[in-house]
Write a new protein. Structure first.
Length: 130
């Protein structure tokens, strides 16, 4: 066999191997579940500040709930989100939401809530520590 043909076959085989490795994998993961915590307070007042201490966590005021404001918390990796929520009058609360993976492999970055604490009243100055 001519050397150029051998090189072409080797390069062709390598290209097929790369294509096989980069093919997208379909993961049948269950849906992740965000945490929803009710912060006590006047349902007509929005939260003026919602902070988390982790870059992997997101938290936001998602509207009125029975007895207060609902804060939704989301995370892309297993772990705990520490949340500080504050009203305009500086009434403030802190709580945590714990997340775990829904499965192994490609589902390991899909998380679901496995626990949360009850919001505890704190001083508004606590937001400086977040």
């Amino acid at each position: 066999m001519h050397p150029r043909v051998v090189v072409a076959l080797v390069i062709g085989a390598a290209a097929l191997s790369v294509l096989a490795c980069s093919a997208s994998t379909i993961c049948n993961c269950p849906a992740g579940i965000d945490g929803m915590v009710t912060v006590p307070g006047d349902t007509s007042r929005s939260l003026s500040l919602v902070l988390t201490d982790e870059l992997d966590c997101l938290a936001w005021d998602s509207g009125a709930a029975t007895g207060g404001r609902e804060v939704t918390v989301s995370r892309n990796d297993p772990g705990t989100c520490h949340v500080h929520a504050e009203f305009m009058d500086q009434t403030a609360y802190e709580f945590t939401v714990d997340f775990a993976s829904v499965g192994p492999g490609c589902c390991s970055r899909v998380t679901t809530v496995v626990g949360m604490s009850v919001p505890q009243r704190v001083t508004a100055a606590a937001n400086a520590s977040m």
